[in-house]
Ligand binder design. Structure first.
Ligand code: DC
Length: 229
């Protein structure tokens, strides 16, 4: 049997399409999908609940040590790895504006990143995984079988995030989303620990003018190419 790429990494800025595209690619291949951003968001949720200062690295690490962060494997109907905090499935609570504004601060700390990266590597070792994030192809899994870096113009990423947010809160303004996205991009790209970078061996895909299905087809064709090498 031909061996196909068993770990696929998808990195890129917020709103580039990592989760939507990664989830579909995983579904097509029968793989598990891990959104590593959700892990950072789970730590931000803990900080929010227990009123821990996101600028205090030590207290954040203590939070991670004192609370249980677990994952639930995918089911027949969904490829997504769900996240548990102290046994509670928090997956649907991670995309609120409150968590969104905390998470870039929480994720800047090397000790927090080290702990989560360890967990991400452990999961990926099981094989047949698509992992999405910022540093997966560069730092977490530098030997991944296939690396993709997704981009999209700032305006397109704002439009996508705005549509998502308006489904929850129709009063959300474009200006708010623009300011949040620019702040997030700046923090993610300029932090000292594992900033957002394109791995030298990544395939780059600009999703500004293509559909989700076209992007999925492109990633699948790279996987096929890899398989025939
Ligand atoms: O993809 P997202 O918006 O859910 O990511 C949330 C935050 O976590 C974002 O500020 C970047 C950070 N993150 C990270 O630093 N490393 C990852 N591998 C994934 C996300």
């Amino acid at each position: 049997m031909v061996q196909i790429a068993s770990t696929i990494t998808i990195d890129g800025p917020a709103g580039a399409g990592k989760t939507t595209i990664g989830k579909r690619v995983a579904e097509r291949l029968g793989y598990s999908f891990l959104d590593t951003g959700a892990m950072y968001r789970a730590v931000a949720l803990l900080a929010y609940r227990y009123q821990v200062n996101p600028q205090d690295e030590r207290s954040l690490v203590r939070l991670i040590t004192e609370h249980r962060l677990d994952t639930l494997p995918p089911t027949q109907s969904s490829s997504i790895i769900r996240l548990l905090v102290d046994g509670e499935d928090v997956t649907s609570q991670l995309h609120t504006p409150e968590i969104g504004s905390l998470v870039s601060h929480v994720s800047q700390w090397p000790a927090v990143r080290q702990k989560l990266a360890q967990e991400q590597r452990k999961l990926a070792q099981q094989g047949n995984f698509v992992l999405a994030g910022r540093d997966i192809g560069t730092i977490v899994l530098p030997d991944a079988d296939l690396k993709v870096f997704l981009t999209a113009s700032l305006d397109e990423r704002i439009a996508r995030r705005l549509a998502e947010r308006r489904r929850v809160d129709p009063t959300t303004s474009a200006e708010t989303v623009r300011a949040e996205l620019i702040a997030r991009d700046t923090l993610d790209s300029h932090r000292k620990a594992s900033p957002l970078r394109i791995a030298s061996d990544a395939h780059i895909l600009d999703t500004t003018h293509i559909s989700i299905e076209e992007a999925v087809a492109q990633v699948l064709s790279w996987i096929k190419q890899e398989q025939n090498r």
